[in-house]
Design a binder for this molecule. Structure first.
Ligand code: NAD
Length: 519
């Protein structure tokens, strides 16, 4: 089609991976190196969250198509895992450059389908790009261990090796970063990969896949299927798939962890969050208020590391009026409009849910200091907009505290002491991220040692670790035992072979059988 040709000419990268279908572009499957139109009769609409216009359709892949995708991964596995590690490194070195060259196009696709602002969308790509850059140091990361002379003439060494076909299931909120936590690390270790992007935002993954092809990844090393529950269950059950990386909500993540583990797979499951920011009275006020506002309302609160809960300790509660004023200054608008700070929520259903959680807070006795409901964005009246919202006087039993809101809503609690704040946080089931704002080193140290949360910022509001570390959410925010990216990511996608050798000089030949356990 014309669209496909313009894609190949790279003139309209927004249409990447799609073909014209009933006047709306359709998302293709990637099977065995070819972007193909699904034969399914079941399609889902993709909406622009700022307008709710249908901007594309995504197929629910058929059983036959999903089987073909896994078969392609299986066939590609042996030659790919036998490829020299330096060749794999070269492909990913080219890939990181292609992502850099296409960052604007990738960001446009993210804003179109996900809604976040263009500047934030570039950050989404950039944080994923850093994982690809990390993957480029694979020769050092795959090194094994050696120990010579563990006994006479005997040496032991290990190889770190790939595990086979791996699969990734991604959420809607980071269309670039999260898929890039998955297939680049899995593939650079020598595995082949089956991706199932979020059905709400598949476009960015399709363009990322095309760029990986352009970088030289052989056919079949990355396959892409689309769909919802049936595709997820297919991945959990298929015997050729050895490992699943999942990021998303708790109901889905717990289901996938259980179903995938039951069929013998490794599963790492990053899930929901309720991240607390603790504000000490000795904190730098200006810095803290700005950090809180940015981390609570950026990306319309649709970040697993958003600071969605603030605990004001002691007299820092006097800062609330200024927090409200600063929050009011954010501009709510479509993500592609200049100056936009807060874009729309992903869907009308998400908007209804967020607004009803705000109302539940009011009904349960919280004080609505700033109400973002009924935010009218000129020219985008059909968009899923909710403006920055602040509920104060929130108590732990309230629904707006017990549930992850995943919207631009900051719930504020108060505590008399740091100990009280730590107890509150440790009693919350989630353990993804937290931050403390203070100028006192001893306070910060006590906090980082006593709070039971996997990722902690000290005057850093969204402490998502860079890829040389790992994403270490804990407790209710994670299932599995090996985290995403960093050394743990390499461990997740590899297995160890341990070799013990004995090379004796001829005159030291064993002369009788040893029947006792060698020590
Ligand atoms: P989601 O769970 O609805 O969807 C994630 C993926 O799972 C999608 O590919 C979807 O098709 C599939 N899925 C959805 N429901 C399913 C079900 N019941 N059974 C099987 N598969 C299912 O999540 P989302 O709404 O796309 O993303 C938002 C959630 O992701 C939030 O809870 C957020 O905190 C979490 N998240 C966590 C992290 C992290 O690293 N901890 C990062 C980003 C997002």
């Amino acid at each position: 089609s014309i669209i496909l040709r313009t894609v190949l000419n790279k003139k309209v990268p927004l249409q990447m991976g799609r073909m014209c279908y009933s006047s709306v572009p359709t998302t293709k499957l990637l099977i065995d190196g070819k972007f193909i139109e699904s034969k399914t009769s079941e399609w889902l609409d993709i909406h622009n969250p700022a307008t709710n216009e249908v901007v594309g359709r995504v197929p629910k892949a058929t059983q036959e198509e999903m089987l073909a995708a896994v078969d392609s991964c299986s066939r590609a596995y042996r030659p790919w895992s036998d490829t020299s590690i330096l060749s794999r490194q070269q492909i990913f070195l080219r890939y990181q450059q292609l992502i850099k060259d296409n960052i604007k196009e990738l960001a446009k696709l993210i804003t179109l389908e996900q809604g976040k602002t263009l500047a934030d969308a570039e950050g989404d790509v950039y944080r994923g790009l850093q994982v690809v850059e990390y993957a480029c140091s694979i020769p050092s990361l795959m090194l094994g261990e050696t120990l010579p002379s563990i006994t006479k003439d005997m040496d032991t060494f290990t190889y770190r090796l790939p595990i086979g076909v791996c699969a990734g299931i991604a959420p809607f909120n980071f269309p670039a970063m999260i898929p890039l936590w998955m297939f680049p690390i899995g593939m650079v270790c020598g595995n082949t990969y089956l991706m199932k992007p979020s059905e709400r935002v598949p476009g960015c993954t399709m363009l990322l896949a095309k760029l990986l092809q352009d970088a030289g990844a052989p056919d079949g090393t990355l396959n892409i299927i689309h769909g919802q529950h049936a595709a997820v269950n297919f991945i959990c059950d298929h015997p050729a798939i050895k490992a699943i990386s999942f990021v998303g909500s708790n109901p889905a993540g717990e289901h996938i962890y259980e179903r995938g583990s039951k069929s013998g797979k490794r599963v790492q499951s990053n899930m929901g969050a309720k991240n607390h920011g603790v504000v000490m009275p000795d904190a730098n006020k200006e810095n803290t208020i700005n950090q809180l506002v940015g981390a609570a309302f950026g990306a319309a609160g649709q970040r697993c590391m958003a600071l969605s809960t603030a605990i004001f300790v002691g007299e820092s509660r006097d800062w609330l009026p200024e927090l409200v004023e600063r929050s009011k200054s954010l501009r709510v608008n479509a993500g592609d409009q200049p100056g936009a700070d807060v874009g729309p929520l992903i869907s009308p259903e998400a908007k209804v849910r967020v607004e009803s959680l705000i109302q539940s807070g009011v009904d349960e006795g919280a004080k609505l200091l700033l109400d973002g409901r009924n935010t009218n964005v000129k020219g985008y009246e059909n968009g899923n907009f909710v403006g920055p919202t602040i509920l104060s006087g929130v108590l732990p039993a309230m629904k707006c505290y017990t549930e992850e809101i995943f919207g631009p809503v900051l719930v504020v609690l108060e505590a008399d002491t740091l100990d009280e704040a730590i107890t509150l946080i440790n009693n919350n089931p989630y353990g993804n991220g937290t931050a403390i704002f203070t100028t006192n080193g001893a306070t910060a140290r006590k906090y980082t040692h006593e709070v039971d949360v996997g990722q902690i910022g000290v005057n850093v509001p969204i402490p998502v670790p860079l890829p040389m570390f790992s994403f270490t959410g804990s407790r209710g925010s994670f299932r599995g035992d090996t985290n995403f990216y960093g050394k743990q990511g390499i461990s997740f996608y590899t297995q160890i072979k341990t070799v013990t050798t004995q090379w004796k000089a001829e005159d030291a030949t064993v002369t009788s059988p040893a029947v006792t356990m060698p020590t």
